[in-house]
Design a protein around this ligand. Sequence first.
Ligand code: ADP
Ligand code: MG
Length: 250
Amino acid sequence: MVRIRDLHKVFGQAHVLRGVDLDVERGEVVCVIGRSGSGKSTMLRCINALETPTIGSIEVDGERIGVAVRNGRLHELAPRRLAAQRRHIGMVFQHFNLFPTRTVAENVMEGQVVVARRAKAESRKRAIELLGEVGLADHVDKYPAQLSGGQQQRVAIARALAMDPKVMLFDEPTSALDPELVGDVLGVMRRLAGTGMTMIVVTHEMAFARDVADKVAFVDQGCIVEYGASAEVLGQPSHPRTREFLARVQ
Ligand code: ADP
Ligand code: MG
């Protein structure tokens, strides 16, 4: 479902991603771990075309992200084509990024109406259905500020799901939450994994990685230095830097 080859990203003087290769199969849950500043967010942002790779390629479901090959040359996609690609790549951020002046239901409707061009009534129906699935049936007409962080993050998940994503990217979705709110969000993600959704999750929640992830990727200084079955990477890491990292977080 996701194939990354020799991905490099340079910001000015900073060579942030240094040759990332990653394959994620359809229906797999991959947790990405690694210390702060190692390039995890940049990698997700490249998959979602929020950043353009300096070198390398990313394919989602066989389609090259961000560029098209014409007459043997690479061309950046027009904004409309880019939006069409991004629509199917759901992203959930650490800080929710909801529209504060729109209700919960309107937040989940927005992309459906504007990007997917669904009718309002149909979009609201789908929003209410998804909000029910994430445990927010009683909050659809509230504003984000009236909800807890954990509830807001579940709205953000419903909003991404409303676009019928092929893959869901999560960037530290529980890092900004009070500890007692983390469980509800992880519960929603765990159920989503059970539905067969392909998921790439940057997280420090090692129990989630151990229990839910099929595979774990350890990122260090812009490279994936270890990638394999979660039990192996977390239980018997082969790279000294993975061992060092896990000793500190577990
Ligand atoms: P992580 O998510 O693993 O903490 P990031 O991908 O956010 O790491 O950042 C990796 C490095 O890239 C950091 O040193 C960060 O400062 C740098 N970086 C990220 N985005 C930008 C940017 N837009 N411009 C310059 N440097 C950036
Ligand atoms: Mg990050």
